[in-house]
Write a protein that binds this ligand. Structure first.
Ligand SMILES: [Zn+2]
Length: 277
């Protein structure tokens, strides 16, 4: 059952791996707020949390994107070799393919939500696989040098899909950052009668309930398209200190994705055996 489940998700990820030019396009590294930085590509988000005891990275992107990420880290004046912990949004190649290389090169510890550990470590379907050092459970905290992140299980997109939250001290204000794992029903996903993941639709519903419950000031996610990175970055460049503070945008995005999921779930209930387009 577990192997079938892993294969189902790896196949789904492979279908998606055909690409989007923004996935591998460079994007300027920048400070989002406080000790939270953006070091990803134009669409595949990677976050760096800087602490006096080293850095945390959320997501590695594909292996081919690692040179861009390393360059971004160094451009901000940090050291790639100071990476102590690697986290992921979920176990799909666009967010985790490089984790094994980062571990090897920096000695960082990889921490992954329980239900995504099998996929993370799998070497099926050409995946490199990476050994998980700490298995996380819903609500687990990851702490380093005064930074504290919370892992929220928001399942459906993968069984262990994780939304990360942290409080960022930005000058005199405290901002709640939410990094959405993924709210999306990908093409090919089966929500009704899915033998490999029978509870998938109920999991999505659970995930949306969690997303709706999270206090959010800084709206972020695994893909920068979720939160409109380019437009917000331009706004920031023209002097806005609050470009990424977008609680209303967060609420609207989650509500729209929830609605899209529910419509697709209804559609599949009335069309047994069909998959998402
Ligand atoms: Zn994914």
């Amino acid at each position: 059952m577990r192997r079938a489940l892993v294969c189902f998700f790896l196949a789904a990820a492979t279908v998606l791996a055909q690409g989007n030019p923004d996935w591998h396009a460079e994007f300027p590294a920048f400070k989002i707020a406080g000790n939270l930085y953006y070091v990803g590509t134009a669409d595949l988000a990677v976050y760096l949390i800087n602490t006096p005891q080293g850095n945390i990275l959320i997501n590695s992107d594909f292996k081919q994107d690692l040179p861009v990420i390393k360059k971004s880290i160094e451009q901000l004046g940090f050291k790639y070799s100071d990476t102590k912990i690697v986290l992921i949004s979920h176990a799909h190649g666009d967010h985790d393919e490089g984790t094994g290389v980062i571990k090897q090169e920096t000695g960082a510890k990889l921490m992954v939500m329980d239900a995504d550990v099998a996929a993370e470590q799998s070497t099926a379907s050409g995946r490199p696989g990476a050994q998980v050092d700490r298995v996380l459970h819903d609500g687990a905290t990851v702490e380093l040098g005064g930074a504290r992140l919370v892992a929220h299980l928001t399942p459906g997109h993968t069984p262990g899909c994780t939304t990360w939250t942290m409080q960022v001290q930005d000058g005199t204000r405290k901002l709640n950052a939410v990094i959405i794992g993924s709210p999306n029903v990908n093409p090919g996903y089966i929500l009704v009668g899915n033998k490999n993941y029978p509870r998938i639709a109920e999991d999505y519903a659970k995930g949306f309930a969690v997303l709706k419950s999270l206090p959010c000031d800084l709206f972020l996610g695994a893909h920068s398209a979720y939160f409109g990175l380019k437009a917000k970055y331009e706004k920031m460049k023209t002097g806005s200190k609050d470009a990424f503070v977008d609680p209303d945008g967060y609420k609207a995005y989650v509500a729209e994705r929830d609605d899209t999921f529910r419509k697709e779930w209804e559609r599949q209930k009335h069309n047994p055996g069909s998959a998402a387009q």
